[in-house]
Design a protein around this ligand. Sequence first.
Ligand SMILES: *[C@@H]1O[C@H](CO)[C@@H](O)[C@H](O)[C@H]1NC(C)=O
Ligand SMILES: *[C@@H]1O[C@H](CO)[C@@H](O)[C@H](O)[C@H]1NC(C)=O
Length: 401
Amino acid sequence: MGRKVLCFGLTCILFSYYMYRPVPDNIEDKWKIEILDALIRTFTPVGLFLENIGVVRFERLLSMITEMDFTGPVSDENITVTDTTFSDIPVRLYLPKRKSESKRRAVIFIHGGAYIVGSYKQTCYDILNRMTANQLNAVVVGVDYRLAPQYQFPIALEDVFAAVEYFLHDEVLAKYRVDPTRICISGDSSGASIAAVVTQLMQNHPEFKRKIKAQALLYPVLQIIDLWTPSYQENAHGPMLSRDIGIKMGCLYVTTNKVCIEAMGLNQHMPDESRHLFKFINWTILLPEKFKKNHVYTEPILGRYGFIHSEIIDPRLSPLVVNDIQLQNLPLTYILTCEHDIVRDDGLMYATRLRNVGVQVAHDHMEDAIHGGLAYLGRIFNFYQATKLRDKYISWLDENI
Ligand SMILES: *[C@@H]1O[C@H](CO)[C@@H](O)[C@H](O)[C@H]1NC(C)=O
Ligand SMILES: *[C@@H]1O[C@H](CO)[C@@H](O)[C@H](O)[C@H]1NC(C)=O
């Protein structure tokens, strides 16, 4: 008993200590973020400690927390919601009840969660997808995929690809009365990475080449080869998502090798033969002036760790790292970036690269927002920035697909 009280007391002290770490002043929902950020700062070391002594893996702990927020397929007066499968991949379908003469638009949504947690079942995604279906009178499909580290790259991508491919068949689109010329694929964070890769792969698909009209990428992760861009540097210690935790989690999609994770932390994880890839993400050229600030570009140290994970240079992990030819036929693109976010520069650089080859890009930058904004759309935390982000995304869809 005494020990428990001591532990609790120490946790409280730690909590209050961390509480006083200020988050940037211009952030929306400042006090809510301060509390949540303090909780994350307090419980991250606890979680890491439990992992180190072999009680529970960190990602499992995160899964357990995420699963508490799952919600079932509940229809309402406007939308019929059902859980089903597309080509054996679990999906949640939102079908508007409203009668309409013409065919409907469709949105495929891929959730984030660093490839290790998450589902369309989370309340935040359910709210978002339901609202999209309602406001656009569109068919919305939330797609799940198997998660790392149990299922590593490219399983998540293959799952989503299979579900999207199934949905794009004419007879399936006809069944749901979807207009085959008005389909968008969307995602947030790692889900946006998958959305971007699926969109790239679909260009070469013999049957479905031009079926995707638009892609919407919300605070996307678009490369894992340079983990020392200005946004990684500026937001290394959060708020909410620190660089260390981001790398620790995202890494599990590729490897559980501790040495590799450590190398990523030092940004020395790329093999020697990857030198030619760095020109595709040279932020000194691709970032707008305002985001370069006083940062100094340092050439990455390559091959330092002597091992080659050939996956690490696979463009299906880093859709930003492909040549112009593979970008120039991409569809209309919406990119949303957040200022206080380690992957902010990924989105900014993709916007530049796409525009350079003539792809039509709409870009929204939220000065006062953090990574993962959508996760704070819900019953417990309803952040103002989350509703703002949601409204920007839905109104863009409404005007563009
Ligand atoms: C159904 O749609 C109407 C009209 O758009 C809206 O006012 C109402 O709130 C919607 N109901 C739900 C449960 O979303
Ligand atoms: C990045 O661009 C700068 C010029 O702005 C150049 O000096 C540097 O060599 C480039 N690095 C790579 C890896 O392309």
